[in-house]
Design a binder for this molecule. Structure first.
Ligand SMILES: Nc1ncnc2c1ncn2[C@@H]1O[C@H](COP(=O)(O)OP(=O)(O)O)[C@@H](O)[C@H]1O
Ligand SMILES: [Mg+2]
Length: 224
Protein backbone atom coordinates (compact mmCIF):
# COMPACT_ATOMS: atom_id res chain seq x y z
CA UNK A 1 0.00 0.00 0.00
CA UNK A 2 1.23 3.45 -0.91
CA UNK A 3 -0.15 6.33 1.10
CA UNK A 4 0.35 10.04 0.52
CA UNK A 5 -1.14 11.98 3.39
CA UNK A 6 -1.44 15.75 3.14
CA UNK A 7 1.93 15.95 1.41
CA UNK A 8 3.39 19.41 0.92
CA UNK A 9 6.53 20.02 -1.13
CA UNK A 10 7.82 23.54 -1.54
CA UNK A 11 10.56 24.99 -3.70
CA UNK A 12 11.39 28.31 -2.04
CA UNK A 13 7.95 29.54 -1.01
CA UNK A 14 6.10 27.92 -3.90
CA UNK A 15 3.99 24.84 -3.10
CA UNK A 16 4.71 22.30 -5.82
CA UNK A 17 2.76 19.56 -4.03
CA UNK A 18 -0.14 21.11 -2.19
CA UNK A 19 -1.82 18.84 0.36
CA UNK A 20 -1.67 15.69 -1.78
CA UNK A 21 -3.62 12.79 -0.31
CA UNK A 22 -3.65 9.56 -2.28
CA UNK A 23 -3.83 5.82 -1.60
CA UNK A 24 -2.62 3.22 -4.07
CA UNK A 25 -3.35 -0.44 -3.41
CA UNK A 26 -0.92 -3.28 -4.14
CA UNK A 27 -1.21 -4.39 -7.75
CA UNK A 28 -2.89 -1.21 -8.96
CA UNK A 29 -1.95 0.51 -12.22
CA UNK A 30 -2.21 4.28 -11.81
CA UNK A 31 -1.52 6.99 -14.36
CA UNK A 32 -0.57 10.40 -13.01
CA UNK A 33 -1.53 13.08 -15.53
CA UNK A 34 -1.61 16.85 -15.65
CA UNK A 35 -0.01 19.74 -17.51
CA UNK A 36 3.70 20.40 -17.55
CA UNK A 37 4.72 21.85 -14.20
CA UNK A 38 1.76 20.24 -12.37
CA UNK A 39 4.07 18.37 -9.99
CA UNK A 40 4.09 14.87 -11.50
CA UNK A 41 7.86 14.41 -11.39
CA UNK A 42 8.02 15.97 -7.94
CA UNK A 43 5.44 13.44 -6.74
CA UNK A 44 7.59 10.62 -8.13
CA UNK A 45 10.77 12.04 -6.58
CA UNK A 46 9.06 12.39 -3.22
CA UNK A 47 7.77 8.81 -3.43
CA UNK A 48 11.22 7.34 -4.11
CA UNK A 49 12.81 9.48 -1.44
CA UNK A 50 14.80 11.63 -3.87
CA UNK A 51 13.13 14.84 -2.63
CA UNK A 52 12.34 15.71 0.96
CA UNK A 53 8.82 16.92 1.73
CA UNK A 54 7.99 19.81 4.07
CA UNK A 55 4.78 18.42 5.56
CA UNK A 56 2.61 15.32 5.56
CA UNK A 57 3.60 11.69 5.18
CA UNK A 58 4.46 9.22 2.47
CA UNK A 59 4.33 5.56 3.41
CA UNK A 60 5.15 2.53 1.28
CA UNK A 61 4.17 -0.86 2.69
CA UNK A 62 4.18 0.60 6.18
CA UNK A 63 7.55 2.33 5.86
CA UNK A 64 7.55 6.08 6.09
CA UNK A 65 9.69 7.38 3.27
CA UNK A 66 10.16 10.71 5.02
CA UNK A 67 11.58 9.10 8.16
CA UNK A 68 13.95 6.49 6.79
CA UNK A 69 17.56 6.30 7.88
CA UNK A 70 20.21 6.27 5.14
CA UNK A 71 20.56 2.49 5.42
CA UNK A 72 16.80 1.95 5.20
CA UNK A 73 16.65 4.31 2.23
CA UNK A 74 19.35 2.35 0.42
CA UNK A 75 17.37 -0.86 0.86
CA UNK A 76 14.07 0.83 -0.03
CA UNK A 77 15.44 2.28 -3.28
CA UNK A 78 16.38 -1.21 -4.43
CA UNK A 79 12.87 -2.43 -3.85
CA UNK A 80 11.38 0.25 -6.11
CA UNK A 81 12.01 0.07 -9.85
CA UNK A 82 12.29 3.50 -11.44
CA UNK A 83 12.24 4.45 -15.11
CA UNK A 84 12.80 7.95 -16.51
CA UNK A 85 12.08 9.63 -19.83
CA UNK A 86 15.77 9.85 -20.77
CA UNK A 87 16.65 6.15 -20.11
CA UNK A 88 19.86 6.94 -18.16
CA UNK A 89 21.87 4.08 -19.63
CA UNK A 90 25.64 3.83 -19.41
CA UNK A 91 26.85 4.37 -23.01
CA UNK A 92 30.00 2.23 -22.76
CA UNK A 93 28.11 -0.79 -21.44
CA UNK A 94 26.01 -3.27 -23.43
CA UNK A 95 22.35 -3.95 -22.70
CA UNK A 96 23.38 -6.95 -20.60
CA UNK A 97 26.05 -4.98 -18.75
CA UNK A 98 23.73 -2.06 -18.04
CA UNK A 99 21.28 -4.39 -16.34
CA UNK A 100 23.96 -6.48 -14.65
CA UNK A 101 25.62 -3.36 -13.27
CA UNK A 102 22.56 -2.63 -11.13
CA UNK A 103 23.18 -5.94 -9.36
CA UNK A 104 27.00 -5.60 -9.27
CA UNK A 105 26.87 -2.30 -7.39
CA UNK A 106 24.75 -4.01 -4.76
CA UNK A 107 27.36 -6.71 -4.27
CA UNK A 108 25.40 -9.54 -5.85
CA UNK A 109 27.73 -12.44 -6.69
CA UNK A 110 28.69 -12.90 -10.32
CA UNK A 111 27.27 -16.43 -10.38
CA UNK A 112 23.84 -15.10 -9.49
CA UNK A 113 23.86 -12.24 -11.96
CA UNK A 114 23.74 -13.86 -15.40
CA UNK A 115 20.56 -15.87 -14.87
CA UNK A 116 18.68 -12.99 -13.32
CA UNK A 117 19.69 -10.55 -16.07
CA UNK A 118 18.71 -12.97 -18.82
CA UNK A 119 15.36 -13.49 -17.13
CA UNK A 120 14.49 -9.77 -17.16
CA UNK A 121 15.85 -9.31 -20.69
CA UNK A 122 13.37 -11.98 -21.81
CA UNK A 123 10.52 -10.15 -20.07
CA UNK A 124 11.29 -6.96 -22.03
CA UNK A 125 12.05 -8.97 -25.21
CA UNK A 126 15.68 -7.88 -25.51
CA UNK A 127 17.42 -11.20 -25.05
CA UNK A 128 18.68 -11.17 -28.65
CA UNK A 129 20.07 -7.64 -28.31
CA UNK A 130 21.91 -8.31 -25.05
CA UNK A 131 25.30 -7.47 -26.56
CA UNK A 132 24.23 -4.27 -28.26
CA UNK A 133 25.39 -0.89 -26.99
CA UNK A 134 22.87 1.91 -26.33
CA UNK A 135 23.84 3.80 -29.51
CA UNK A 136 22.81 0.72 -31.50
CA UNK A 137 19.31 0.70 -30.00
CA UNK A 138 16.06 2.44 -30.91
CA UNK A 139 14.37 4.65 -28.32
CA UNK A 140 11.95 1.86 -27.47
CA UNK A 141 14.79 -0.62 -27.00
CA UNK A 142 16.68 1.83 -24.79
CA UNK A 143 13.63 2.26 -22.64
CA UNK A 144 13.10 -1.51 -22.47
CA UNK A 145 16.69 -1.84 -21.28
CA UNK A 146 15.92 0.71 -18.56
CA UNK A 147 12.78 -1.25 -17.66
CA UNK A 148 14.81 -4.48 -17.43
CA UNK A 149 17.25 -2.70 -15.13
CA UNK A 150 14.34 -1.48 -13.00
CA UNK A 151 13.01 -5.04 -12.69
CA UNK A 152 16.27 -6.77 -11.88
CA UNK A 153 15.93 -6.31 -8.10
CA UNK A 154 12.47 -7.91 -8.24
CA UNK A 155 10.63 -4.85 -6.94
CA UNK A 156 6.97 -4.82 -5.95
CA UNK A 157 6.59 -1.33 -7.36
CA UNK A 158 7.57 0.14 -10.71
CA UNK A 159 7.48 3.92 -11.07
CA UNK A 160 7.88 5.40 -14.55
CA UNK A 161 8.14 9.17 -15.06
CA UNK A 162 7.11 10.08 -18.64
CA UNK A 163 8.64 6.84 -19.96
CA UNK A 164 7.16 7.39 -23.42
CA UNK A 165 8.15 11.05 -23.67
CA UNK A 166 10.99 10.45 -26.14
CA UNK A 167 9.47 7.85 -28.45
CA UNK A 168 7.00 7.84 -31.36
CA UNK A 169 3.32 6.96 -30.74
CA UNK A 170 3.63 3.35 -31.94
CA UNK A 171 6.61 2.67 -29.69
CA UNK A 172 4.83 4.43 -26.83
CA UNK A 173 1.93 2.00 -27.17
CA UNK A 174 4.32 -0.98 -27.14
CA UNK A 175 5.92 0.32 -23.97
CA UNK A 176 2.51 0.81 -22.37
CA UNK A 177 1.60 -2.78 -23.24
CA UNK A 178 4.82 -3.89 -21.57
CA UNK A 179 3.89 -1.94 -18.42
CA UNK A 180 0.48 -3.67 -18.44
CA UNK A 181 2.22 -7.05 -18.73
CA UNK A 182 4.50 -6.16 -15.83
CA UNK A 183 1.45 -5.10 -13.82
CA UNK A 184 -0.13 -8.51 -14.58
CA UNK A 185 2.91 -10.11 -12.97
CA UNK A 186 1.73 -8.49 -9.75
CA UNK A 187 3.74 -5.28 -9.61
CA UNK A 188 2.10 -2.01 -8.71
CA UNK A 189 2.73 0.39 -11.59
CA UNK A 190 2.71 4.19 -11.36
CA UNK A 191 3.14 5.98 -14.66
CA UNK A 192 3.25 9.71 -15.27
CA UNK A 193 2.25 10.92 -18.69
CA UNK A 194 0.63 13.82 -20.42
CA UNK A 195 -0.39 11.66 -23.38
CA UNK A 196 -4.17 11.29 -23.39
CA UNK A 197 -4.07 8.48 -25.97
CA UNK A 198 -2.10 6.38 -23.51
CA UNK A 199 -4.52 7.06 -20.69
CA UNK A 200 -7.50 6.20 -22.86
CA UNK A 201 -5.82 3.03 -24.08
CA UNK A 202 -5.02 1.91 -20.54
CA UNK A 203 -8.53 2.24 -19.08
CA UNK A 204 -7.08 2.23 -15.61
CA UNK A 205 -7.13 4.64 -12.70
CA UNK A 206 -6.11 8.21 -13.51
CA UNK A 207 -5.00 10.79 -10.98
CA UNK A 208 -4.82 14.31 -12.35
CA UNK A 209 -2.59 16.94 -10.81
CA UNK A 210 -2.85 20.65 -11.42
CA UNK A 211 -0.64 23.17 -9.66
CA UNK A 212 0.39 20.51 -7.17
CA UNK A 213 -3.13 19.48 -6.24
CA UNK A 214 -5.09 16.33 -7.00
CA UNK A 215 -7.97 17.66 -9.07
CA UNK A 216 -9.33 14.33 -10.35
CA UNK A 217 -9.03 10.70 -9.30
CA UNK A 218 -11.07 8.29 -11.35
CA UNK A 219 -11.13 5.30 -13.63
CA UNK A 220 -9.94 5.93 -17.18
CA UNK A 221 -13.25 4.71 -18.59
CA UNK A 222 -14.91 7.64 -16.83
CA UNK A 223 -12.18 9.93 -18.12
CA UNK A 224 -13.18 9.64 -21.79
N1 LIG B 1 14.55 21.47 -8.12
C1 LIG B 1 13.60 22.39 -8.30
N2 LIG B 1 13.76 23.66 -7.84
C2 LIG B 1 12.81 24.60 -8.00
N3 LIG B 1 11.63 24.36 -8.60
C3 LIG B 1 11.39 23.13 -9.06
C4 LIG B 1 12.35 22.08 -8.94
N4 LIG B 1 11.83 20.96 -9.49
C5 LIG B 1 10.60 21.29 -9.94
N5 LIG B 1 10.34 22.59 -9.69
C6 LIG B 1 9.09 23.28 -10.01
O1 LIG B 1 8.03 22.52 -9.49
C7 LIG B 1 6.91 22.54 -10.38
C8 LIG B 1 6.51 21.13 -10.71
O2 LIG B 1 7.52 20.53 -11.47
P1 LIG B 1 7.47 19.01 -11.94
O3 LIG B 1 7.19 18.15 -10.77
O4 LIG B 1 8.71 18.77 -12.70
O5 LIG B 1 6.19 19.04 -12.90
P2 LIG B 1 5.75 18.00 -14.03
O6 LIG B 1 6.58 16.78 -13.89
O7 LIG B 1 4.29 17.76 -13.78
O8 LIG B 1 5.97 18.69 -15.33
C9 LIG B 1 7.32 23.38 -11.55
O9 LIG B 1 6.81 24.68 -11.36
C10 LIG B 1 8.82 23.35 -11.50
O10 LIG B 1 9.34 24.52 -12.06
MG1 LIG C 1 7.81 15.80 -15.19
Amino acid sequence: MIIFEKVVKKFKQKKVLDNVTLTIAPGEFVSIVGPSGAGKSTLVHALIGAERIQAGNIAVDGYRVSEMSDAEMQYFRRKVGVVFQDYRLLPQKTVFENVAFALEVCGVEKNNIRGRVNEVLKIVDLFDQANHFPHQLSGGEKQRTAIARALVHEPNLLVADEPTGNVDPKTALELVKLFLEINKRGLTVILTTHNRDIVNFLRRRVVKLDKGRVVEDRLASEYL
